[in-house]
Design a protein around this ligand. Structure first.
Ligand SMILES: *Cc1c(COP(=O)(O)O)cnc(C)c1O
Length: 366
């Protein structure tokens, strides 16, 4: 057998795009054995009866057949569960990640690219790169508030075809002012995507207003409210926008198991609504506890807290030793020095986190 190692390596070097070769993977840590407070998951599992009901529905899925390509049943369910405007169109995605990809590749070009504040959701920049379109980052202020003047200046200069605003923002957790977002919508020469992945934890949304603007798409997902495993995101916009995105949507992008499970789960939306309320209450309790330990806790309209500690690497390591996984953001952006992003867990999980950080901060003081 001939050894093809060198030939293969040379071929990969010559074939895979240089910008893709230079990328690092989106890191997903194996959380087995850890308290997972790193990925904005809802910490509660399904009540037994609901799990059985979902199981029944899944057992009837004709798995030999392709899924319903229209997703109409899922769309009707989403419309009623989330009170979406009757005349808006919906686009379903394999998570809102896929919708970001579909929208970006429908719009961005080498000449007219993508603009977003930073730090924000990393997939905006990554999808601009995939589309080989320029990406303009506009720095948030040091307190993570939106710098409206800088945004408007950058929009004027770069003339981006696509602007992303995470509303509320990840990884900072805060919600921008609606009037600032309106100014950006008015100034943008192309489309503005308002990413509402955390709508269940914020008392604000543009979903009911998408038809009031000529250039707005709202992105939603069920991931952050307790269904991250389904991989289901949806875009809400005027049907004329949706019709164009449909051209780039892979025909069977949402599997039949997810399509069968969602209507059953959303029939019990009250369970998820109550869980979100519990998470918001826990968020306030954890914020107060961490502040009393000396952490700087930033305001959050999400299911996570961004905190600045004296030594994020030391705290992260202490948490790992305590079998707790959070996201260490130190080094990912200059504004995020010594910052950790901590997803709100169950009461017991949060107590475990607070206990480790209490010990850790005492060690630091000694
Ligand atoms: C988590 C997240 C997403 C992705 O959600 P999925 O539907 O799970 O792909 C999109 N935008 C923001 C801001 C997020 O935090």
């Amino acid at each position: 057998m001939t050894d093809t190692t060198d030939a293969r390596r040379a071929r990969i070097e010559a074939t895979i795009r240089a910008d893709v070769r230079a990328l690092s993977r989106y890191e997903v840590l194996d959380g087995k054995g850890f308290v997972k407070l790193d990925a904005m998951e809802n910490p509660y599992s399904l009540p037994d009866e609901l799990a059985d009901e979902v199981g029944d529905a899944l057992s009837r899925v004709p798995i030999n057949r392709y899924p319903d390509g229209s997703g109409n049943r899922v769309k009707d369910t989403l419309r009623s569960a989330f009170d979406l405007p009757a005349h808006a169109g919906l686009l379903l995605g394999n998570g809102s990640d896929e919708l970001i990809q579909i929208i970006t590749s429908s719009i961005a070009t080498r000449e007219a690219g993508v603009l977003a504040p930073e730090p924000s959701f990393v997939m905006y920049r990554r999808n601009a790169l995939m589309a080989q379109a320029p990406f303009t980052a506009v720095s948030l202020r040091a307190d993570f508030s939106l710098d409206l003047d800088a945004m408007l200046r950058a929009i004027d200069r770069a003339r981006p075809a696509l602007v992303f605003i995470a509303y509320p923002n990840n990884p900072t957790g805060n919600l921008s002012g609606a009037t600032d977002v309106e100014r950006i919508i008015a100034a943008a020469p192309g489309l503005v995507v308002i990413d509402e992945a955390y709508h269940a934890y914020a008392n604000a949304s543009f979903a009911s207003r998408v038809l009031d603007f000529p250039n707005v798409v709202v992105l939603r997902t069920v991931s952050k409210i307790g269904m991250a495993g389904l991989r289901l995101g949806y875009a809400v916009a005027h049907p004329d926008w949706i019709a164009h995105f449909e051209r780039l949507r892979p025909p069977y992008n949402v599997g039949s198991l997810a399509q069968a499970a969602l209507p059953v789960l959303l029939r019990h939306i009250d369970i998820f609504t109550k869980q979100a309320a519990r998470i918001r209450k826990e968020r306030a309790r954890v914020a107060a506890a961490l502040a009393s330990l000396g952490a700087l806790v930033f305001p959050s309209a999400t299911n996570f807290l961004l905190v600045r500690v004296p030594d994020a690497n030391a705290s992260f390591a202490a948490l790992l030793r305590g079998k707790i996984l959070v996201k260490n953001l130190d080094g990912t952006h200059p504004l995020l020095a010594n910052c950790l992003r901590i997803t709100i867990g169950t009461r017991d999980e949060n107590d475990a986190l607070i206990a480790v950080l209490a010990r850790d901060s005492m060690e630091a003081r000694r």
